[in-house]
Design a protein around this ligand. Structure first.
Ligand code: ARG
Length: 578
């Protein structure tokens, strides 16, 4: 165990057990202004035992065995226990972390089978910036959980079923599957969709065919299913272009779209009816989960089967819950989806619990994603009001990254090929990090200038920080892997940096527990700042003596390793040289 907060918690708990027979109370270890940490447990425990907090603190300190870890233990105020770590302990732990591929992050002792559902765009539609954000945030959540040793099932809940498919299939057949217009599905799905839509609205004959086609589709007519599959396959090509460019880990095997659950809908509805959970209201089969009311104060329904016999988005999601719980035996489900769907998920989980399909032991979470806004404060769109084409957005990011890149100093000149590779990484990294670094449920304004800046909590800043560290090693003629230390702590800035490095595992756990990648971003940004202070105060290559130089190089290497690993888990690449 390297995380000081955890080490101290374990020691304090042992003392609480011995002194008061209370080994399970939360020791409440917090960072402190007056020491490295403080244990606040005495106040809560005093209340529980009906004694004075200072007396509790005194007895706790008497039993506390931290001589190897702490240099100083002091009681302050009403009963805080201030804990100051030994420099040698910090250095020793940093050294262990440095020698470990996993940076002292042990795989969890309680691995959970976790579905991370993300991206989930709709077939034959352009992904919009909202889908972009769920894709990026979801991918980071999946990567972090996986690194911590959980069994992650990535799940791309593609919108590949619904009433629009009759129209889309007919249009594809009319233009020809291999025609230029058919190929639009691979490159510009919105244009394809809009063309089909326009015909549907204007051409009665076409609309009639589309409706008949939908009936055959719903009846599972083999020929129609084949056309439908073709439509989905062409759309997957488009998705892969986007995922590939973003470096997102989703593959075809992760796609389990709405259509996958189609033949489970009937049973789902029938069982709800048979158990008396769903009732007929206005001809539709509905569940009224308690506690949900509409604007008029009346109970709000989840419609399971419409009066025309058709099923709903919610029915499909209920079948999905059952499948994941029964077949995938999940412990946790994280739905990374826009916050507009918050009510849908609250009601979905409520109904699934009522039906007994979602047992208490299974966590179901809607990881809400806030909207991305334009500078006008409205949903981000092009000037003409159309939704943004994702590929064009990424192109622009890369182009602007090029200009920003040429503005920062480089050690050596770049040839055109390597410059292009770096600029692509910076542009894409900037867009991704912008989505990741703000709390995922908050809205933010899409701003190229801010996200591509080499200053502040941005992707380019952190990428540049790693490249600067690498450049020290190039200048010094050593490889980071060869900088073995030993790490020793002489300067305050070294101490602060090493202490921050030891918090890496906790930062990952916090991010994973809350499904909030921005916590990892904040940790990495603070780490880069601690490094900058260190670098400004502690000469590395020109250190006063050999031991100091070796120690500082090791701290640089450990910082580099931690920053790159953290960024990798966020899905942001780190160019070797910038
Ligand atoms: N395809 C939906 C959309 O684009 C998102 C699906 C979310 N996931 C779910 N299980 N309902 O809005």
């Amino acid at each position: 165990m390297s995380d000081p907060q955890k080490v101290l918690a374990a020691r304090v708990q042992a003392a609480l057990g011995q002194a008061f027979g209370e080994p399970d109370v939360d020791p409440a270890i917090r960072p402190s202004q007056f020491a490295d940490f403080q244990a606040n447990v005495a106040l809560a425990l005093a209340k529980k035992l009906g004694r004075k907090p200072r007396d509790i603190a005194a007895e706790l300190v008497e039993r506390l065995d931290v001589a190897d870890v702490c240099e100083k233990v002091e009681i302050s105020g009403p009963g805080f226990v201030n804990l100051t770590l030994r420099n040698e302990w910090i250095a020793g732990r940093a050294q262990l972390m440095h020698g470990d591929d996993r940076l002292s992050v042990e795989p969890t002792a309680t691995p959970q089978t976790t579905v991370v559902e993300y991206s989930s765009p709709n077939v034959a539609k352009e992904m919009h910036v909202g889908h972009l954000r769920t894709t990026i945030v979801g991918d980071a959540i999946a990567r972090v959980l996986e690194f911590l040793g959980h069994n992650v099932i990535r799940d791309n809940h593609l919108g590949d079923w619904g009433t629009q498919y009759g129209m889309l299939i007919e249009h594809l057949l009319d233009v020809g599957e291999d025609s230029d217009e058919g190929m639009l599905l691979e490159t510009d799905p919105n244009s394809f969709y809009q063309a089909a839509r326009a015909r549907y609205d204007a051409d009665e004959e076409f609309a009639g065919r589309a409706r008949r086609r939908l009936v055959s589709l719903q009846a599972g007519d083999p020929e129609t299913m084949r056309h439908w599959q073709r439509l989905v396959d062409l759309s997957k090509v488009y998705l892969h272009t986007v995922y590939g460019r973003l470096g997102v880990t989703l593959t075809d095997d992760d796609i389990r779209g709405e259509s996958f659950y189609n033949d489970m809908l009937g049973d789902t509805a029938d069982e709800l009816a048979a158990d008396g959970i769903a009732t007929i209201s206005d001809g539709a089969l509905c569940v009224f989960p308690p506690g949900f009311t509409g604007r008029d104060g009346g109970p709000l329904p989840v419609i399971i089967r419409k009066s025309d016999g058709g099923y709903n988005y919610s029915t499909s999601d209920l079948a999905t819950v059952r499948y994941r719980v029964d077949k995938l035996t999940v412990d946790r489900m994280i739905y990374v989806v826009g916050s507009q769907q918050s009510l849908h998920f609250q009601m979905l989980f409520a109904v699934a619990r009522m039906a007994g399909w979602l047992p208490d032991g299974v966590r179901a979470e809607h990881a809400q994603i806030g909207s991305v806004l334009g500078s006008d404060g409205k949903i981000f769109r092009t000037r003409s009001g159309k939704s943004i084409k994702l590929t064009e957005l990424l192109d622009e990011a890369v182009e602007r990254a090029g200009a920003a890149f040429d503005d920062v100093p480089h050690d050596e000149p770049f040839d055109e090929v390597s410059r292009r590779a770096v600029v692509e990484a910076v542009g894409i990294g900037a867009v991704k990090y912008a989505d990741l670094s703000v709390a995922r449920d908050s809205e933010y304004v899409f701003d190229f200038d801010r996200m591509i800046s080499f200053r502040g909590n941005t992707g380019p800043y952190l990428q540049y920080a790693t490249a600067r560290i690498r450049s020290i090693f190039r200048k010094g003629g050593v490889a980071p892997e060869e900088a073995l230390g030993p790490i020793a702590i002489g300067h305050d800035a070294e101490r602060a940096l090493a202490l921050h490095l030891l918090g890496f595992g906790s930062a990952l756990e916090t991010a994973a527990e809350a499904a909030e990648p921005h916590r990892l971003c904040a940790y990495l940004f603070d780490l880069a700042s601690a490094y900058t202070t260190f670098y400004e105060n502690c000469p590395v290559l020109k250190a006063p003596d050999e031991e100091t130089r070796a120690s500082r190089l090791a701290l640089c290497a450990l910082t580099l390793h931690t920053l790159s690993k953290g960024l990798e888990l966020l899905g942001v690449t780190t160019p070797e040289r910038m």
